[in-house]
Design a protein around this ligand. Structure first.
Ligand SMILES: *Cc1c(COP(=O)(O)O)cnc(C)c1O
Length: 383
């Protein structure tokens, strides 16, 4: 028998009008890292976020975090705090700047940076005569971090926050959009994100002059002169007008994608409703609204199966699932970075799994997923 078609964890989902914006760019010959789609996409994002801040679109989410660090003056020998439980794109730019990541554990509620461990880290670094230059706080899987507590600590110690909202476009905290809480905020439009431009990102900046500075660094830091004149090091990080056209089309379907991702979350909640060994990750009080970018589950410590048992079982039917992010303090490349906290993130990594969550999953695919999950639960005697 031939293999059933692959069900992806999260795959691109076009709305239908992306190509129109690309065609406009071709017709006007705006095939460059500037043009009407770039401006249009930036305006769309600013409007969506309901903010007075300014948005600069760049070539990737990682590039946005890099340029935030550059503008915060992070350089050789500095230290920057980041939550350990994240994707490497949050942290690598610290090292690009020759600075050192200081890694902090998560709290079990939102899975994001633990306020207690954060304060412990800040105090200890200050005592060691190195005040951290910035804090990178992440809204993982679309779930807002504890904004009030974390931002209050940042304010108390006068340390800027870079908000990593790469996974959280459309999520809100106290009815305010994720991506508007930090001194800078990063968005990503990589292929697996809630909307995609095939690859890209946006930096939310405090004001117009900060946006202009971002664009300056993103276009090789060219001084104001007839010839090419440079007094600073720049980067080639601006978003292309073609790619921004995809973004404009995707903005038309963003809210629909969020509703569909949230339906996937409910789909898994129904399947695992009476299963004690599996918990679907959620936290929605009246403060928090998650886009549920990825539906994640954790497996009880006392369960008679592991997350690998489940992952491999799904794979038999060509259904992709993925362990939660491996914490950065467990990564070989960051093994020498100081770490503050206990084992919250480690336990999540051991016991957690992301399930197919795309907004484009068909009823047939959902039926396949449900059938396979039910077979698994039967096999291990849970139903
Ligand atoms: C995707 C992602 C990034 C980086 O975005 P790219 O566009 O892939 O460079 C950063 N942080 C988190 C948490 C992400 O999920």
């Amino acid at each position: 028998m031939s293999q059933p078609s692959k069900i992806w964890l999260s795959s691109p989902h076009m709305g239908g009008h992306e190509q129109d914006f690309i065609n406009e760019a071709f017709e006007a010959n705006w095939i460059a890292p500037l043009g009407p789609n770039v401006n249009g996409f930036e305006n769309d994002l600013k409007t969506y976020l309901k903010t007075d801040k300014q948005v600069a679109t760049l070539s990737s989410g990682t590039a946005t975090i890099h340029l935030a660090l550059v503008q915060l003056g992070v350089s050789h020998g500095d230290e920057v705090i980041c939550q350990s439980f994240t994707f490497c794109g949050s942290i690598n730019p610290i090292v690009y700047q020759g600075a050192r990541p200081i890694l902090v554990d998560s709290e079990p509620n939102s899975w994001n940076i633990c306020p207690k461990a954060l304060e412990e880290a800040i105090k200890d670094r200050i005592q060691k005569r190195k005040k951290p230059k910035a804090i990178i706080a992440v809204h993982l899987y679309g779930m807002p971090y504890q904004v009030e507590q974390v931002n209050a600590i940042a304010k108390q110690y006068d340390i800027p926050i870079i908000e990593d909202a790469a996974e959280a476009l459309g999520s809100t905290y106290n009815n305010q959009n994720c991506g508007t809480f930090g001194d800078f905020a990063a968005l990503s439009f990589n292929g697996n994100k809630i909307i995609t431009t095939s690859g890209g990102g946006a930096l939310v900046c405090k004001n117009q002059s900060s946006k202009e500075k971002t664009v300056f660094y993103a276009t090789q830091a060219r001084d104001n002169a007839e010839h090419y004149q440079h007094t600073e090091i720049g980067y080639n990080y601006r978003m292309s007008n073609i790619v921004a056209g995809i973004g404009r089309g995707q903005m038309q379907v963003l809210d629909e994608h969020i509703a569909l991702r949230r339906e996937m979350h409910q789909f898994y909640k129904n399947i695992f409703e009476n299963i004690n060994s599996i918990e679907v990750f959620e936290k929605e009080d009246n403060k928090v609204f998650s886009n549920y970018w990825l539906s994640a589950i954790t497996i009880n410590e006392k369960a008679n199966f592991t997350r690998e048992d489940l992952r491999l079982f799904l794979l038999e039917d060509n259904i992709e699932s993925r362990p939660l992010w491996k914490p950065m303090h467990l990564q070989p490349v960051f093994k020498d970075c100081p770490y503050y906290g206990t084992n919250v993130a480690e336990k999540l990594f051991d016991r957690g799994l992301c399930l197919p969550s795309g907004s484009n999953l068909t009823d047939k695919e959902k039926y396949r997923i449900e059938t396979k999950l039910t077979a698994f639960l039967k096999y291990y005697g849970h139903i």
